[in-house]
Structure formats: C-alpha cells, structure tokens
Design a protein around this ligand. Structure first.
Ligand code: Q0Z
Length: 292
C-alpha cells in the first residue's frame, strides 16, 4: 500500500505521516511481545486501538479542560479524513495537531508491576517515589504515582527518571502541570476501566505544546499498547497478572521454544483468533458499544 504522505516517524507497530501542518497517526495490525514484532498480524488490532484512543480522548476531555489542557485529535473515521488517505487505512488513522512534543514519558501507576516491581524490590521506591513496605507484583498502590521516564532511542528501553529530571527537561511549572494532569487522567481512566471490570494497572501519556491550550495530550491514549490492562476478576497480587490482550500470545511464545533472540515464529490461527477476540472484547467491555 502506498500512502501519499511523507513518513515522519515509525514505531514498532505504528507510523506517523505529515499531512500539511498536521500529522496522520496510523496504527497497524502488528503486535509486539517480549520486545519483538511478531511476523503475524492480528486482524482489526489497528482499528480497535484507534477506536479506543478516539473514545478515550472524548472521555478524558473534561479532565483536560479542568486543567486548561486539550488533546491533539482533529479527526478520525473514513469520512472525516483528508482526501488521499487510502481506503486500507480506514479506521486505523487519526488526524492530529502537530505538537512540539515534550521529551518525557508521563507514566502513572496505580498498581505495582514490571519495572516498577523491580525498582521497588531493589530500593523500596520507584526512583524518587517511596512506597510502603510489603507490596508485591500486582499490588494496588495506596495512591497512584507519577513515575516519568525518558524517551528511549529506537531499540532501547525507557528509563525511569526522578521528578527533578522532568523539571530539568521542561521547567518547574510545566513539570508540576504534567504530574498533576497525568495523575488526574490516570485516576479518571482507572475509574472508568474499573466500572467495566478492567484494572488499568499503569499507563504512559505523551504531551506536547501548541499555541493554546499550552499542554496538549498527544499520541495514543489508554490503549493496551500504552497501558497494562488486567481482567479485574483474575486480579490476585503476588504473581504476574495475565494481560488482558497479549496473554495467549505470551503463553504460546513461551511454550514454542522461541529463544527471544531469533526472529519470532508465526502465530497459530487459534492464538491469532483468541487475541483478536481479546482486543475486541476490551473495546466492547470498556465502551459498552458493540464492535462492528
Ligand atoms: C508522536 C510515535 C507513532 C512512532 C511523533 N501530535 C503530535 N505532534 C508531533 N509529534 C507527534 C505527535 Cl502525536 C509524534 N510520535 C510518537 C507515534 C509512531 C512514534 F505512531 N512521534
């Protein structure tokens, strides 16, 4: 497929194109696991994640407005996109305001998991954020915490930084605004997810600036690719929680004999189908709307 726009950024599973002074964010059906992009696409994944982001931007608008902030979404959906967007991108593309992106990842955590658990086990804290004793992988934190990270180069992992690092990067006033807004967005997102039987363990937001409002929520929001979603019914701290979306893929890869270094193997049909179903179910469970 040829997209008649200039490619300006490419991630593991998404692309960004320039459309005049705006950007087109395109989500593919590619899936990553254990740091690798798998050779087998998950049908509809790109459309589901795009629809989820669009839905969340709308859900989170009041929180953004309370903070004098906005979001970058201009249009999504076939009819609303500019001329020249290929039909194959229908449903997988968001037209957004081009922002001056801030050089920090704004991570909020309401539960202990992954690199947060590793840091906590080493030091009782996540960088400069102390946590109470006795927490285990999957524990709910007493309060959500802001644990920012650097934006890693391609192939590297984001690295957690202290709040002072955010101050250094964007100034004290904007750093405070990022922390406050990140935590408010996380709290609202987690509340909505909880009502739908989903634990939003943690998430990563990216913000940019534009004329006004000065802070603008960008990128994708509260998708399974930017967040940890756990089914609430199986939540049981003390061990890694099953992922809402990727658990079948991880389980199959683990039993496949793949060494996590060589190119990943093709997924079997039943794993693809079960995983597609998980994405669709996440959409339906969160939004209360049927996927169609
Ligand atoms: C976000 C990224 C992706 C690879 C650029 N509104 C914006 N204004 C300026 N820049 C961006 C945005 Cl969203 C921007 N990324 C991250 C997204 C693939 C990298 F889809 N890159």
């Amino acid at each position: 497929m040829t997209v008649p726009f200039e490619l300006v950024a490419r991630g593991k599973v998404r692309e960004v194109y320039a459309v005049d002074d705006r950007l087109l964010l395109v989500a593919s059906d590619r899936i990553s696991a254990y740091d690798a992009v798998l050779p087998t696409p998950i049908p509809d994944k790109g459309r589901v994640l795009t629809a989820l982001s669009v839905w969340w931007f709308d859900q989170l608008s009041p929180v953004l407005a309370e903070h004098g902030a906005g979001h970058h979404l201009l249009a999504a959906g076939n009819a609303l996109l500019p001329e020249g967007v290929p039909a194959e991108l229908a449903g997988r593309a968001m037209l957004v305001r081009r922002l001056e992106m801030l050089p920090v990842e704004c991570v909020a955590r309401g539960y202990l998991s992954g690199s947060g658990t590793s840091a906590y086990q080493r030091s009782g804290a996540i960088v400069d954020v102390p946590l109470p004793a006795g927490l285990v992988e999957g524990s709910r934190l007493p309060e959500p915490v802001f644990t920012p990270s650097t934006k890693a180069e391609v192939g590297e992992h984001d690295e957690a930084i202290p709040f002072a690092g955010v101050v250094e990067a964007v100034g004290a006033e904007q750093a405070e605004a990022l922390r406050s807004l990140t935590l408010a967005l996380y709290r609202r997102g987690a509340e909505i997810a909880e009502q739908a039987g989903i634990v939003l363990a943690d998430t990563k937001f990216e913000f940019g600036t534009a004329g006004s409002p000065s802070l603008v929520l960008g990128d994708e929001v509260l998708t399974p690719d930017s967040s940890r979603f756990w089914p609430a019914i199986t939540w049981s701290p003390g061990a890694p929680q099953p992922s809402f979306d990727k658990q079948y893929v991880r389980d199959w890869l683990t039993t496949s004999g793949w060494d996590r270094v060589s190119p990943a193997p093709e997924l079997p049909e039943d794993v693809v189908a079960a995983t597609r179903d998980r994405y669709v179910r996440a959409y339906e469970q969160l939004t209360g709307e049927p996927w169609s």
